[in-house]
Design a protein around this ligand. Structure first.
Ligand SMILES: [Zn+2]
Length: 313
């Protein structure tokens, strides 16, 4: 999972980050120090001690005072700041972007990818943080299985699948995963993805908003029986959502939902046959198929145990 610095950098992929469990060997740190000189972040190869970083601290030197500013406001990242994006952060993003052409030129593909994820996606990372706050607020009073935790698990599943699918737009996938239940008809009476659009409008381009909404609309099980989403991002988010209806968490969610709606145990069990046991054969991606096989086996083991313990009526 990402470890966001106050400015939106992702420490989890940063080659300087050495906090547990992201320790680096002396050789790796030396390579990073050499890389830092190569891309112009330093004018000489600094020592391993100097290049190693254990994350943001208020006492660290920060050109934009981001850490101190967030600490003063009592927030973790700029994403929670009402003044975001302020002049200082606009400058910070512009300066970061100015390093990108040089990195592309002098780095290997692997080095560039690491730098991109660690530093050049600050704004996308902060946007994702804002989306998490938005859905947490939206689902504040829901506890029946369609809630913030479900959404965060779907996002985790989606990003895990996205890593193995080349050509996938990670930002579209992540935002669609986070907003996929924002207009769920079981919870909200909105039209045309109103809740998702309320968050997205003004934050990203109109054509990307349409792509995200199309992706969201291809996810629902009941509304898309037998239909395969047209886009890769749609197929990934659909798989991610369906995986969360399987395995141990799928069982827990089924009974939580049943309890919330006053359903007897037997009715919830019927849901396994109507939906959960069918999901294994409806996965789109290879990674999801593998994960689904394990979760399906757990569902079957649970049902056979339940069958032994229940009584015939
Ligand atoms: Zn869902």
């Amino acid at each position: 999972m990402k470890i966001l610095a106050a400015c939106g950098n992702d420490c989890s992929v940063c080659p300087r980050y050495t906090s547990l469990p992201y320790e680096k060997t002396g050789e790796e740190l030396q390579h990073t120090a050499e890389l830092w000189m190569k891309i112009g972040y330093r004018d000489h190869v600094v020592t391993n001690d100097e290049i190693a970083c254990s994350g943001c601290r208020p006492e660290n030197r920060c050109r934009y005072r981001v850490i101190k500013c967030c600490a003063e406001k009592g927030i973790k990242t700029c994403a929670a700041c009402p003044a975001y994006p302020c002049e200082t952060m606009r400058e910070c993003f512009a300066v970061t972007r100015s390093f990108e052409p040089k990195c592309r030129e002098v780095c290997s593909d692997a080095e560039y990818e690491i730098l991109k994820r660690a530093f050049f996606e600050k704004e996308q990372n902060l946007l994702i943080e804002q989306a998490i706050s938005y859905i947490s607020e939206l689902f504040r009073s829901n506890a029946g299985g369609h809630d913030t935790e479900h959404t965060l698990r779907v996002r985790r599943n989606a990003m895990m699948i996205a890593e193995t699918e080349s050509g996938c737009d990670r930002e579209i996938t992540e935002l669609a995963a986070l907003l996929h239940d924002a207009d769920d008809h079981k919870l909200f009476h909105t039209e045309n993805n109103r809740n998702a659009r309320t968050f997205l409008e003004g934050r990203i381009d109109a054509d990307r908003i349409e792509r995200i909404c199309a992706c969201i609309n291809s996810v629902s099980f009941s509304r898309n029986r037998g239909k395969i989403p047209e886009t890769l991002e749609g197929r990934i988010v659909q798989d991610a959502d369906r995986l969360d209806a399987m395995g141990a968490v799928g069982i827990a969610r089924t009974f939580a939902y049943g309890g919330e709606h006053g359903r007897p145990l037997r009715e919830s069990v019927q849901h396994f046959h109507d939906k959960l046991l069918l999901l294994k054969d409806e996965m789109n991606t290879e990674t999801a198929k593998q994960l689904a096989a394990k979760r399906h086996a757990f569902l079957e083991a649970f049902l056979s145990e339940l069958d032994e313990e229940m009584i015939d009526l």
